[in-house]
Each structure stands twice: as structure tokens, then as C-alpha cells.
Design a protein around this ligand. Structure first.
Ligand SMILES: Cc1cc2nc3c(=O)[nH]c(=O)nc-3n(C[C@H](O)[C@H](O)[C@H](O)COP(=O)(O)O)c2cc1C
Length: 229
């Protein structure tokens, strides 16, 4: 059984419920039965939901509580991962978000001359910015970071969590400049996260909250190129 990576497909398909996974025996891992002939989501509704999703930068002051975050991480829990590594770890930044953003600035200021937004961020932190909104967080006050050895694993897990969030009346946006901190000085960044294996990288930074705006229509997009060969 050297090739087995505990994906659980044998357990999920077994008609007589005769299989359990040794590796998960000690944990309270729920196994739920479902109707194998039912797809619980309607495709047209789901596509419409995807069309209506907008990045949210304008938030209410209300914060997301731990129970709600718990629900979101259930979506990540069921995420696929390369060789079933299940290696994605998350950090929710709330009280320490300001400290973290100062660290991010310390690191990414090395590229201040290349990116106007980083320069604006520095001016904002020094109180010299005309723009009252935070140049990286806008009105956000909570952020989810994902860490993994695999960029694909981290992004897939975060995307699932993000989509579930929208079904729960939440919203958010990905922050590219926050991610730059990992690209520019990974070791310094990881000092903020001693609980996380430093071989893992921060591959998504998602600012999340309760939207205070509602969009009314879809937005045109560039034609998508798809090649069938
Ligand atoms: C990888 C990634 C990085 C992004 N970085 C930022 C960012 O730093 N700041 C921001 O306000 N929006 C950011 N966004 C959001 C995009 O600007 C947004 O997705 C795009 O303008 C399309 O708008 P929509 O998401 O509402 O369809 C990012 C999105 C992605 C996927």
C-alpha cells in the first residue's frame, strides 16, 4: 500500500461502509452519507452567483466572529490538494492586522520606487497621505492569509472559502501588495508566524468583511481565449 495517500475514495464508494482510514481514526472526522445521484447545487444558479461576485473593498464596521470563520474554513477543509497533502494553513488577522501591515510595509518598501501604491502606503503610515483610505486594506479590518508549500493548494483552498463567504453575505478582495512581502523577504515575514512551517509560503492574502455596498449589474470582461486541440 506504499502508493496510498489516504484520499478516502475507497471509503466514499464502499457500498457496505466497511472501510475506515487508519490515519484519521483518532480524530473526530465526520463522514456524512449523501445521495450519490443528487447534485446539491443548480448549475445555472451557480454560474449566476459567479457572475455577480465582485471584489469588495468597502466594508461595514461589523467584524466576522470566530463561529462564522469556522464555517468558512470548512470549505477549505474539503479542498483538493496535490497528492492529498492537505498542507494549507490559515491565519486570520484581526487585532494584529496593523502590526502585520507595518511589517509588510517594512519589507515591501524596498520596491517603493517601482510601485506607486507602495509609496502611497508609506505616506499613509506616516500620516502624510491625502487619501484617507488605507491604500492596501481600503476599509478592510480583517484578513485571511493562506500558507502552503504549493501555490496551487493555497489558492484553491482560499478560493473555496471566498466563494462560500459570498453565499453568507460576506465579501472581500485579494491583496497583491501584501503577497509581495513573501516574495521580497520570506524569512523576515515568517518571523511574524512562528507557528507555521517556514518552508511554506504565503500565497494568498484575502481582505474580508461585511460589504457596505451592493452592486447592481455584471461587468463586461475581455474575451476569454480557449483553445480546443
Ligand atoms: C491575485 C489578485 C490580486 C489582487 N490584488 C488586489 C489589490 O492589491 N488591491 C485591490 O484592491 N484589489 C486586488 N485584486 C482585485 C482585482 O483588482 C479585481 O479582481 C479586478 O479588478 C476585477 O474585479 P472583480 O473582482 O470585482 O471582478 C486582486 C485580485 C487578484 C486575483
Amino acid at each position: 500500500m506504499g502508493d496510498c495517500f489516504d484520499c478516502g475514495h475507497c471509503l466514499a464508494i464502499c457500498p457496505t461502509e466497511s472501510i475506515s482510514l487508519n490515519v484519521f481514526k483518532d480524530q473526530s472526522n465526520p463522514v456524512e452519507d449523501y445521495d450519490p445521484c443528487e447534485i446539491p447545487v443548480n448549475s445555472e444558479d451557480f454560474l449566476q452567483f459567479l457572475k455577480q461576485r465582485r471584489s469588495i473593498r468597502w466594508f461595514k464596521k461589523k467584524k466576522i466572529d470566530k463561529k462564522t470563520f469556522g464555517k468558512l474554513f470548512e470549505a477549505a477543509y474539503y479542498s483538493p490538494s496535490a497528492q492529498n497533502a492537505q498542507d494549507v494553513e490559515f491565519v486570520v488577522l484581526d487585532e494584529k492586522l496593523d502590526d502585520f501591515m507595518h511589517l509588510v510595509y517594512d519589507i515591501i518598501s524596498a520596491e517603493e520606487d517601482k510601485f506607486f501604491r507602495i509609496k502611497q502606503f508609506g505616506e499613509y503610515l506616516r500620516g502624510k497621505c491625502d487619501n484617507k483610505k488605507h491604500p492596501l486594506l481600503w476599509e478592510g479590518h480583517q484578513m485571511i492569509l493562506s500558507f502552503s508549500k504549493s501555490q496551487a493548494n493555497a489558492l484553491i483552498a482560499n478560493t473555496r472559502l471566498e466563494l462560500l463567504a459570498y453565499t453568507m453575505g460576506l465579501g472581500g478582495f485579494y491583496s497583491l501588495f501584501t503577497l509581495k512581502a513573501d516574495e521580497i523577504n520570506h524569512d523576515k515575514l515568517m518571523e511574524f508566524f512562528p507557528e507555521i512551517d517556514s518552508d511554506k509560503h504565503m500565497y494568498s492574502a484575502f481582505v474580508i468583511g461585511y460589504p457596505r455596498v451592493r452592486y447592481r449589474r455584471t461587468v463586461p470582461h475581455k474575451k476569454i481565449d480557449v483553445y480546443f486541440k
